[in-house]
Design a protein around this ligand. Sequence first.
Ligand code: PEP
Ligand code: MN
Length: 263
Amino acid sequence: LVSRKKKPENTIVDIKGEKVGDGNPHLVFGPCAVESYEQVATVADAIKGKGLKLLRGGAFKPRTSPYDFQGLGIEGLKILKRIADEFDLAVISEIVSPADIETAVNYIDVIQIGARNMQNFELLKAAGAVNKPVLLKRGISATIEEFINAAEYIMAQGNGQIILCERGIRTYERATRNTLDISAVPILKQETHLPVLVDVTHSTGRRDLLLPAAKAALAIGADGVMAEVHPDPAVALSDNAQQMDLKQFDEFMKELQSSAFVK
Ligand code: PEP
Ligand code: MN
């Protein structure tokens, strides 16, 4: 179903009027994790100030260590809902359990399925059974074929509103957190009719690489870019080495806008 052979024209995923896949770049920013209303509101205000619409923030955080911050859960989704209403933004958040999908659709505009859950088939089926856009991230060690099949699981249940997200894969290289597989973008665009985003934060894991990676993503044909922004990354409860602060976010946007990849 996701194959371009089945459907030659691009799928456009409409998120509250933001049409991902329409040929224009769509930018998603927000903190790694929802920590408080004030924290998310500060970032929402900055996003709004740039005329952007899409805010991300994790409420359920699948952390490598069980002793790390696990997220605010449903409380975090409620904060995102309040932010979406107050700032007229669309919110994207990861759901990790099939049992939470039906509740989550009341609070968020896009269900994110994280890298660690790309082959959680029950979760994919649950996300496929609701009428809500899904942002599906590539698994940490997933091949492109496995990634496409994960999207197929969602669409097979009836939900065709899927955005694919390349977020880097695990290789022997340690200079970056993961290896951004930039060639996955045109391959996914050729093989499927789905929009493709590139997460420059989790792929590079390096603040100094966010801008060049974003430019490369848009140059190679990505439909958008995701990056993490936090009011004070030094005290962030997760991913504090790679989130941008508001000044860096402002510079990132200015550079990207002057780069000819964003109008
Ligand atoms: C995230 O985007 O919040 C995240 C945890 O990313 P990934 O699933 O790609 O590691
Ligand atoms: Mn993160």
